[in-house]
Design a protein around this ligand. Structure first.
Ligand code: ADP
Length: 188
């Protein structure tokens, strides 16, 4: 099987993080999570961390040019070239989606899979976990931004013939089996 190169979409609380970890364990791609990258930058107190910290805590989006730079740099690294990637948290805006097309260039656009969970269930799941940016207000803001800015990207991937949708309700195992079908059935 070729290296997995997949964009993972799905609103906050869809189980993306959990399923990404399982996909990594099974297929070996590099998990490129922009949220994780930002949170470690904040923790380490880097330039990026200082610029992004307040936005992340408030659930606001970090500016496109910053995010595009980070992702372009990460996807160019040798481990990603060798083992493929799961892109988690990016693209989140139309400008980011366009930039991803350019970043992929000759390699062609990556397929996207949407882990679909209704907003009420997603909210409940998020409130029961304990990340520092999971205050009720920040959660509300992130879900709102998802509906207004990120959800339209589903249509973008769909129009490009690149979207698969997986039902995100059910047990972790059930959702993972659905993802396996997408990953193994995807045209090379
Ligand atoms: P969630 O999916 O729960 O919102 P993430 O870990 O993907 O969490 O992102 C956490 C925060 O990091 C976001 O609320 C936002 O502030 C910032 N962020 C992550 N990815 C992006 C992106 N592609 N564009 C802009 N901001 C981002």
């Amino acid at each position: 099987m070729e290296a997995v190169r997949l964009v993972i979409l799905g609103r906050q609380g869809s189980g993306k993080g959990t399923q990404c970890a399982r996909l990594v364990a099974t297929y070996g791609p590099v998990h490129v999570s922009t949220g994780d990258m930002l949170r470690s930058a904040v923790e380490e107190g880097t330039d990026l961390g200082r610029r992004a910290g307040a936005l992340v805590d408030a659930g606001e989006l970090v500016p496109d040019d910053v995010m595009i730079g980070i992702v372009a740099e990460r996807l160019a690294k040798q481990d990603v070239v060798d083992h493929g990637f799961l892109l988690d948290g990016f693209p989140r805006t139309p400008a980011q989606a366009d930039a991803l097309g350019e970043i992929m260039g000759d390699a062609g656009l990556a397929r996207a899979v949407n882990i679909d969970v209704p907003v009420d269930e997603a909210t409940d799941r998020m409130l029961s976990r304990a990340r520092t940016d999971d205050t009720e207000e920040a959660i509300r803001r992130r879900l709102q931004l998802y509906e207004s800015t990120t959800e339209p990207l589903l249509a973008w991937f769909e129009e490009h013939g690149l979207l698969s949708v997986v039902d995100g309700l059910g047990t972790e195992d059930e959702v993972f089996e659905r993802l396996r079908t997408v990953v193994e059935g995807a045209p090379a």
